[in-house]
Design a binder for this molecule. Structure first.
Ligand code: MN
Length: 250
């Protein structure tokens, strides 16, 4: 009797730390998409009595199951692989049937996990330097859906059509200062309560207070020294927004 848990949440938790909800969702999505094909391949090999092909199919299931923490399925696939390799056909149909049932149980748990992981928040980055945008993408892309704008005018137009949950706003832009763009946002009927973080290289003593007093909701200085600081500043505002939704966004 197989005593492994159907799903080991620790395995998925580790991926969440590495790549945020997006990685979890994509991992689960790939597993659920590909596993039926692998099971079908194993079934075909089994009915053709082709044990080598069956062991290969089972081998693929061991690794995919391991990636999402599907421990019981992983263990059964391993048993199936070994039974096929050792040419023990009598034990195979029972193992295969058990594996199919286990996959259905695993699917239900993973679908629930995927639903609970939630939808990704949308972050708008207004930044004219491509190197800064590249870094921001590297740090934020796994956690958030991202919108990117290179100029203040583009941002103003883009934000009207696609509302983000938060804006990371460079202060030195080629067409208008970030502080000017903030004023336009605050005067805009639809955009006025968007949380906006001042994102600037003008890091001088008192800058934080200066930008907060202008109406920014947060302040992060460039260059990025500690990406956790950036993510924390963003998460704090996103949490506040989730807990206290504004009428402007309903
Ligand atoms: Mn700039």
């Amino acid at each position: 009797m197989n005593q492994e848990p159907i799903l080991d949440e620790m395995a998925l938790g580790r991926w969440e730390q590495l790549g945020g909800p997006r990685l979890i969702q994509e991992m689960i999505g790939l597993f659920l998409e590909n596993m039926p094909e692998k099971i079908e391949g194993a079934r075909t090999a089994l009915s053709a009595g082709h044990l080598e092909a069956l062991s290969r199919a089972a081998h693929g299931m061991v690794s995919s199951g391991g990636n999402v923490g599907a421990r019981r399925l992983q263990a059964l696939a391993r048993e199936l692989e070994v039974a096929a390799l050792e040419d023990r056909p009598n034990s195979i149909p029972g193992l295969f049937e058990n594996l199919e049932t286990t996959f259905e149980q695993t699917r239900a748990l993973l679908e629930e996990k995927k639903r609970k992981t939630g939808t990704l928040k949308k972050i708008a980055v207004v930044e004219d330097n491509p190197d800064n945008r590249l870094l921001l993408r590297a740090i934020l892309e796994t956690r958030y859906e991202m919108l990117e704008f290179e100029t203040g005018q583009d941002a103003l137009q883009g934000l009207e059509t696609e509302m983000p949950d938060l804006v990371l706003l460079d202060i030195s832009l080629p067409d208008l200062e970030g502080t000017e763009l903030l004023k336009k946002l605050r005067a805009h009927e639809k955009l006025r309560s968007l949380p906006v973080i001042a994102w600037t290289a003008h890091a001088m003593t008192g800058d934080r207070e200066k930008y907060l007093s202008m109406g920014f909701d947060g302040y992060v200085s460039k260059p990025i020294v500690d990406e956790a600081e950036l993510v924390t500043a963003m998460e704090r505002l996103l949490d506040r927004r989730a807990g206290n939704p504004s009428a402007h966004f309903s």
